[in-house]
Design a protein around this ligand. Structure first.
Ligand code: G
Ligand code: G
Ligand code: MN
Length: 392
């Protein structure tokens, strides 16, 4: 593993200050100022080239992985902090940058160029100074151990956040609550979704403190939301093999004085694969405490009709793979209908996930589905945004 790397950066001067553009005289001046200041930023060993009047491509050589890129980006910000004074007028300057690692050292930079463009777009969209492109193989942890220690640190440093995706009443489309979905905001200002870390976290036990954190955070949130709203937290089946979850849930509810029925725990069907008795026992205890239990991703695992008879649960969530295509695929529609009817016969509520448009929402409502969740209503949102959208 090489300790250093070359990074391609795109730096763009924004020219839309004060609502409009600069006049052409000023924009020529700015182009010169832009280049002058960039010269104060790059090091002798770096290469750079003007792509157009307000965009440059930079190749930063020998960047170590220990935060050197972030330091360089911070310096870029400082260099453009001061406005430029032209004929007695202050011209504000502002830049955005996108960075990407050059994997194929020195030869083909077109891929890095594309990735840096994506990062730049992302940075502009989110009004950040810079963004760094990442995917599973470039940036990010080299191996699982590294990911685990990063996750442990992330938890300690408060880098994990719960995003909230609304669950709405199928008939009235009114807000019933939300599913809490974890996001990791890294110091490099990336937002990493759980598909990149939950599996590994489960294998290495760090899932335990992460889940306890999620439960406590969700319950604390419930204490600040109207009492008719609920929050669902995803719980890995293996945590049902131990008693600890019982006290974590009970303590959180007691501390915040939250009614247990407002906390929903989502578990996948795999609870029925191993250690059935233990898991069912724990679910029953959680339910006796008053919390609600949902079976998540229903239909994708080893679904068995016996679930309807044996599982101490309140709600079934039909997996989005059936819901998303139910208006194009007769078979998916048949599955959705069957699950709704069967669940209702056992007095279980049915949630459809993956509701992406109005047609699917109406169809589900007509089929008697109880609760809807999906991009049609909202993506998982940071809590501030959720509160704002739903006036909480
Ligand atoms: O938005 P989405 O990409 O958020 O979630 C991807 C998957 O990660 C889902 O299957 C979801 O169940 C899982 N997930 C999200 N947040 C958590 C969490 O807090 N704990 C566990 N165990 N799984 C989660
Ligand atoms: O816990 P579960 O596996 O059900 O997690 C829900 C996952 O589904 C999350 O990754 C969430 O971001 C995603 N999701 C939620 N609504 C939609 C949707 O309408 N369409 C798609 N494609 N994914 C969705
Ligand atoms: Mn879920």
């Amino acid at each position: 593993m090489n300790a250093s790397r070359s990074v391609l950066g795109l730096v763009e001067l924004s020219d839309s200050r004060n609502g409009g553009g600069y006049n052409s005289g000023a924009s020529n001046v700015l182009r010169d100022v832009f280049q002058d200041r960039l010269r104060g930023w790059v090091r002798a060993k770096d290469q750079w080239r003007l792509l157009n009047n307000n965009r440059v491509c930079v190749i930063l050589k020998d960047m170590t992985r220990g935060g050197e890129l972030e330091l360089a980006a911070a310096k870029l910000g400082r260099i453009f902090d001061e406005p430029h004074f032209h004929m007695g007028r202050a011209l504000p300057l502002s830049v955005n940058a996108g960075f990407a690692e050059i994997k194929d050292c020195g030869r083909d930079i077109s891929e890095a160029m594309e990735q840096a463009t994506l990062a730049l777009t992302q940075a502009k969209k989110s009004r950040r100074l810079f963004d760094v492109y990442s995917d599973d193989c470039t940036k990010g942890p080299r191996d699982e151990r590294e990911l685990i220690s990063q996750l442990e640190r992330a938890l300690e440093m408060g880098e994990l956040q719960l995003y909230y995706q609304p669950k709405v009443h199928a008939g009235y489309q009114s807000l019933l609550g939300a599913e809490a979905l974890m996001r990791w905001h890294t110091p490099e200002k990336q937002v990493i979704t759980p598909d990149r870390f939950i599996d590994v976290a489960e294998r290495y036990d760090v899932i335990r403190p992460m889940t306890w954190w999620a439960i406590k955070t969700a319950v604390a949130r419930l204490a600040r939301w109207p009492t008719e709203l609920s929050i669902a937290v995803n719980v890995s089946p293996k945590l049902l093999l131990e008693n600890e979850i019982l006290s974590v849930v009970q303590d959180a509810l007691d501390i915040h004085g939250v009614a247990p029925k407002r906390l929903n725990l989502e578990v996948t069907e795999s609870i029925m694969v191993d250690n059935q008795d233990t898991m069912l026992g724990q679910l029953a205890r959680l339910r006796e405490m008053g919390t609600r239990i949902s079976i998540d991703d229903f239909g994708t695992g080893f679904s068995s009709l016996a679930y309807f008879r044996d599982l101490p649960v309140d709600e079934i969530k039909i997996d989005k793979s059936f819901v998303m295509h139910m208006l194009k695929s007769e078979k998916d529609l048949a599955i959705v209908k069957a699950v709704i009817n069967l669940a209702h016969n056992f007095s279980l509520k049915v949630v459809a996930e993956g509701v992406e448009d109005q047609h699917i929402a109406s169809a589900l409502s007509e089929l008697g589905c109880d609760v809807l969740q999906g991009y049609f209503f909202d993506k998982p949102l940071p809590v501030e945004q959720f509160n704002q959208n739903y006036r909480l």
